[in-house]
Design a protein around this ligand. Structure first.
Ligand SMILES: [Zn+2]
Length: 384
């Protein structure tokens, strides 16, 4: 972890504490354990929720068939026993006091891999709950079994294949934008996404596509595929249109509640219109996920998305791909990006511009775009 990243996370108020990497914080008052529970999340994930009176400072330790959550400066609380849901990986949860720290030991039915940082979050108190440390995980595949403890995780990281979900925009009954020459966005972006899939696979990534043919898919379903595949990165590939036919160039979007400018808002309206989804009424995920989306975790996802998008814009610039006037990276409430997976929506260029419409259809230009995107994925720091 780079120091700059750590500072960035702290500045933005994100508390993702990774054992051994962040300094232990000293607390004057002791924390208190209020409840422990498990549940099942979309994609069959097991969720452990540890509720505490103040913000928890924690370390995760991976054992053969255990996950230990060390809460610093917290006494055991014998009146709290874990409420265990059925269908999770957790057999039992017990407390052990070790010095000042409380070890919460979850005995598991199967080994687990190291839990990605975007599956660990601390939620702020709300009406019904105190601080909650929320940890989501699945069973390890045999090759990805965690044999390391937190803070000493270099071995497992180097073996992990990162998962990219590619989303070719639009499809089926939804053509996306259409150039003057009749080029449909859905066709161009599928072609780019298919080339990108093979290039990323060649580069050693595991790649899934939301659609691999001319099929219509709802925006929420696309985001749900990224969740289900436990993607490390989600890339939605699009081409743009502008009322002014002289406008050309690429731009890259990340998710935000508010659009960064009027143009970004118009783009979000146009892209979200595909299935008339109301961004605020996004119901595809469980309540917990939606709470998480509005909470701290989303800040971390936003930071990671922003970092990817900036790197992608640099790769496009270096690749000699024309940039749309204005900022290369913009922000908009795009429904397709609404998930717990970091990602970006890439507007590869403008089909409304005659020259760029021609360019976007050519295999050589598509290869240029693909090569820039592959570079940006390779350069992205997955282990932030
Ligand atoms: Zn589009």
């Amino acid at each position: 972890m780079k120091v700059s990243r750590r500072n960035l996370l702290q500045i933005t108020g994100v508390s993702i504490v990774i054992a051994g990497l962040l300094p232990r914080m000293a607390f004057a008052a002791r924390n208190a354990l209020n409840s422990m529970r498990t549940g099942v999340q979309p994609g069959g994930k097991t969720r452990i929720v540890i509720e505490t009176a103040s913000r928890p400072s924690y370390t995760l330790v991976y054992g053969e068939n255990t996950l230990t959550i060390k809460l610093s400066n917290t006494p055991a609380n014998d009146s709290v026993s874990a409420k265990l849901a059925s269908g999770t990986l957790v057999k039992s949860i017990n407390q052990t006091q070790i010095g000042d720290a409380l070890n919460i030991v979850a005995t598991l039915k199967r080994p687990i891999a190291e839990i990605p940082k975007n599956q660990i979050m601390i939620l702020e108190p709300n009406g019904d709950n105190d601080y909650r440390l929320v940890i989501d995980f699945t069973a390890a595949t045999s090759s990805a079994k965690a044999t390391t403890t937190a803070g000493d995780d270099s071995a497992s990281k180097s073996e992990k294949k990162h998962v990219i979900v590619l989303d070719a925009g639009h499809g089926g009954k939804d053509p996306g934008c259409i150039g003057k020459g009749g080029t449909k966005e859905k066709t161009v972006v599928l072609s780019i996404a298919q080339k990108l899939r093979s290039a990323l696979r060649d580069a050693g990534f595991t790649v899934y596509m939301t659609r691999s043919d001319d099929t219509y898919l709802k925006l929420g379903d696309r985001a749900a595929i990224a969740e289900k595949k436990k993607a490390d990165l989600f890339l939605s590939i699009h081409a743009n249109a502008n009322p002014s036919r002289s406008v050309k160039g690429f731009s890259i979007y990340t998710l935000s509640e508010k659009a960064s400018d009027e143009e970004a808002q118009k783009l979000a309206d146009a892209e979200n219109a595909a299935d008339k989804i109301d961004v605020d009424g996004f119901e595809n995920f469980s309540k917990d996920i939606r709470i998480a989306l509005s909470a701290l975790q989303q800040h971390a996802v936003a930071e990671m998305s922003e970092e990817y998008a900036n790197g992608c814009a640099r790769a496009f610039n270096r690749g000699g791909i024309e940039q749309q006037p204005g900022p290369a990276v913009r922000h908009a409430p795009l429904a397709v990006l609404r998930s717990t997976v970091p990602g970006a929506l890439i507007e590869c260029g403008h089909l409304s511009n005659a020259a760029e419409e021609k360019l976007l259809k050519t295999s050589s230009h598509q290869d240029k775009l693909v090569s820039a995107i592959v570079k940006s994925v390779k350069n992205y720091d997955f282990e932030v």
